[in-house]
Every structure is written in structure tokens, then in C-alpha cells.
Design a binder for this molecule. Structure first.
Ligand code: C2E
Ligand code: MG
Ligand code: MG
Ligand code: MG
Length: 278
């Protein structure tokens, strides 16, 4: 490439940009129709009590089965949906669909639904949550909402107001990917959380980084003093499970216990694999 003139390199760069932009535009177009074309489905990933191994709930993870591209990962399409504004309609669908499904389960486990920062910036969210609970009959105590730190560093006062109203409904709130954001301690000090979800990177580094272990220990201590539970994400090995449990994490989630899968294909505790209506 060194033989190219700067001009040639720039046009090569621009062509690359065009390609990326075209790709995003094409995904954005498709993501708008994905809802009406029923291309989304939900996967559930089990969460367990670290000490007893009992199931404590399931995280709801959105999946997009694209007609040509196949399964598109959320890390690709969620940012696009946020950029083009489709995320609020998609977020509503996830909430409604997850609550409706969980209301039919014979087991009474909790579901944890991810929220986009954009959803938490809109006061309509509170009404949406209230209406969905009423409509589906899911008890508020069975719903948890996962928010990332980035969701609350925008308009803090508004996010705080919305979170308080949601909690007043009886819904619990977890802070997702904790430790990767900017204002960790400040966030914890001022926001009403019930659970800290320790980012997967700490679990991954546990075996070869003393800092990661020290961080886990510190967050567990913080969780204890704030009386919120601490869940470790991304547990893939027995050794990680052993260390995280020894360090006092309350809950664990990761491929070791189960991959996200449609309900009916995931482990559901003592209950047989069937729905109330079946
Ligand atoms: P997240 O909320 O932190 O979800 C956990 C992610 O880690 C999931 O990726 C899950 O499949 C993956 N994971 C779980 N256990 C393990 C493990 O042991 N090892 C590894 N390597 N990965 C593990 P997924 O499903 O691809 O979702 C990625 C992100 O997309 C989520 O991160 C969340 O931020 C976002 N997302 C997913 N569904 C929704 C949704 O319905 N709404 C919104 N706003 N965001 C969503
Ligand atoms: Mg999450
Ligand atoms: Mg997470
Ligand atoms: Mg994550």
C-alpha cells in the first residue's frame, strides 16, 4: 500500500467508509421491518445462586433471525437500532413478549430484561412497564430491568426519577456490565439498585490477574454494605465458579450453567418443560 499516493489512499479510505455506511443503512432498513416480519425471538440464560446452585432467574436476550444474513448478534444490531430510533419499538416488544411468556411459565422464576439507555431517557417507560405488567398478569416482583451505567450518565435527574417510579411498581433494577462504565461509585451512591452485575471481563481475567480478584472482592464488600446482591457474568469454568463463590458473589451466570436459548430448551429448575396452558 506504500506505493499509493495520499489521494489514492484517501479514496480507498472513503470507499471503505461508504461500505460501512451502506452496511449500516441496509441494517437500519431491515431492523425496522424485522418487528412486523416477526424475525425477532427471545433467548433465556439461566442465573444461579452461587452457594446453593438454585435457579434465581433468567436473563432475556434478544435474537434476530435475518432472512439473508442469518442470526445477527445484538452487539451488531442494537447500536444500529439505537441510531435509527427503532430501539424503542423493539424494546417495547421485548418487554411485552418476555413478560407474556414468563407469565405462562409453571415455574415462577424471575426474568431480567435489558434496557437501552434511550429507553431509560423516556418517561413513557414507566407507563409502558405498568401497562405490560397489568396486561400480561406478570407480578412486578418477577421482573428485573438491567441498565448499564452509560444509561444514567446522560440526564441523571430524569433517569433517577424514572428508576424510582419503576421501583415503586415493585420491579427490581440491576446495574449491568458493572466496572466498565465511568462513574461507578457515584452511580452506586445515588441510584436505587438491587443488584450489581459484575462485567464479564473480571470473570475472564480472574485466573491470571490479581487486580481482577481484588476488584471482585471490593465490589462484593461494597454490595454487602449497600445491601445489594452481586452477580458475576460470563462464568465459563469450574475454577471461576469456585473463586467467585469463595469471594462471596451471590449469583452466577455464564456458559458453564447454560447458553442463552429459547424457553423450553433451557434448564428450568424442578419444573417439567411445559407451559401452564399446555
Ligand atoms: P449483556 O446484557 O451484558 O448480556 C450478556 C451477554 O453475554 C450476552 O450476549 C450473553 O450471551 C453473553 N454471555 C453470557 N454468558 C457468557 C459466557 O459465559 N461467556 C461469554 N463469552 N459470553 C457470555 P448477547 O446475547 O450477544 O448480548 C450482547 C448484549 O446485547 C447484551 O449484553 C446487551 O447489552 C445487549 N442486548 C441483548 N438483548 C437486548 C435487549 O433485548 N435489549 C437491549 N437494549 N439490549 C440487549
Ligand atoms: Mg444484561
Ligand atoms: Mg451484562
Ligand atoms: Mg455485557
Amino acid at each position: 500500500r506504500s506505493k499509493e499516493s495520499p489521494d489514492e489512499r484517501i479514496s480507498f479510505y472513503e470507499a471503505g467508509m461508504d461500505e460501512a455506511a451502506r452496511e449500516r443503512r441496509s441494517l437500519a432498513r431491515d431492523v425496522w421491518t424485522a418487528l412486523s416480519e416477526k424475525q425477532f425471538f427471545l433467548a433465556y440464560q439461566v442465573q444461579k445462586d452461587a452457594r446453593s446452585g438454585a435457579i434465581t432467574g433468567y436473563e432475556v436476550l434478544l435474537r434476530w433471525q435475518h432472512p439473508e444474513r442469518g442470526l445477527v448478534p445484538p452487539s451488531t444490531f442494537i447500536p444500529v437500532a439505537e441510531e435509527c430510533g427503532a430501539i424503542s419499538a423493539i424494546g417495547d416488544w421485548v418487554l411485552e413478549h418476555a413478560c407474556a411468556e414468563a407469565a405462562l411459565w409453571t415455574n415462577k422464576d424471575k426474568i431480567a430484561v435489558n434496557l437501552s439507555p434511550l429507553q431509560l431517557g423516556n418517561t413513557a417507560l414507566v407507563d409502558k412497564v405498568r401497562t405490560v405488567l397489568l396486561k400480561t398478569g406478570l407480578p412486578a416482583s418477577r421482573l428485573e430491568l438491567e441498565v448499564t451505567e452509560s444509561a444514567i450518565i446522560g440526564d441523571k435527574a430524569r433517569a433517577l426519577h424514572i428508576l424510582r417510579q419503576i421501583k415503586a411498581l415493585g420491579v427490581t433494577v440491576a446495574i449491568d456490565d458493572f466496572g466498565t462504565g465511568y462513574s461507578s461509585l457515584e452511580t452506586l451512591r445515588s441510584f436505587p439498585f438491587d443488584k450489581i452485575k459484575l462485567d464479564r471481563s473480571f470473570t475472564t481475567d480472574l485466573e491470571n490477574s490479581r487486580q481482577s480478584k481484588a476488584f471482585v472482592r471490593a465490589i462484593v464488600a461494597l454490595g454487602k454494605s449497600l445491601e445489594v446482591s452481586v452477580l458475576a457474568e460470563g462464568v465459563e469454568t469450574e475454577e471461576q465458579m469456585r473463586v467467585l463463590t469463595a469471594e462471596g458473589c451471590d449469583e452466577l451466570q455464564g456458559f458453564l450453567f447454560g447458553r442463552p436459548a429459547p424457553y423450553g430448551e433451557v434448564e428450568i429448575g424442578e419444573e417439567p418443560l411445559r407451559k401452564k396452558t399446555a
